[in-house]
Design a protein around this ligand. Structure first.
Ligand code: SF4
Length: 168
């Protein structure tokens, strides 16, 4: 029987998440089309250490690693800086208190107003890759949990930010 990570939900909420839910890692949808959306139309492409092509982990390598995980937590916040803080805190707690030594956060990095790329990352211990940069279809992954990904008519993401921590 696997570990229970239920308490991490409340922990994430306490830190400022508007919600969080556990998900079977097998239900995380990876679709290479998400990389097309990264490559064309996203201003972050090639400008952030945590976005493609600078992640230096291919979607196939990620899929191989993903198969080793059984459980993950999806975190929702209204503020991108908050979601990054909460996500990293959950990753740390899972590792140190739950013994999930491979717990791994995926969250858009917004620590700096402008990424240092191509100079060295200013906070490499805090920077993690974006989910979509690794091929995750965020909408198809979170919608079965009752979460929504919505855009305004200009194509801007409406104020719900999602992140994930692969747990164990
Ligand atoms: S911490 Fe700063 S320099 Fe490092 S990836 Fe994030 S935005 Fe870029």
């Amino acid at each position: 029987m696997g570990r229970s990570f239920e308490h991490l939900i409340q922990y994430a909420r306490t830190l400022g998440a508007s919600d969080a839910k556990l998900i079977d890692a097998g239900n995380i949808v990876v679709d290479p089309r998400s990389l097309l959306k990264c490559r064309f139309g996203c201003y972050r492409w090639g400008k952030y250490w945590t976005c493609q092509p600078n992640i230096n982990i291919s979607a196939d390598q990620f899929k191989e690693a993903l198969q080793k995980y059984k459980t993950a937590i999806v975190i929702k916040c209204v503020e991108p800086k908050v979601v990054q803080e909460v996500t990293l805190a959950v990753e740390k707690k899972a590792m140190l208190e739950y013994g999930a030594i491979f717990s791994f956060a995926m969250v858009l990095c917004v620590l700096c107003d402008e990424c240092a790329f191509p100079d060295p990352c200013r906070f490499p211990h805090l920077a993690r890759p974006a989910m979509d940069g690794l091929g995750v279809d965020i909408a198809k992954t979170v919608e079965p949990l009752g979460f929504n990904v919505e855009f305004d008519p200009q194509g801007n993401l409406l104020p719900e930010w999602y992140s994930m921590v692969l747990l164990d």
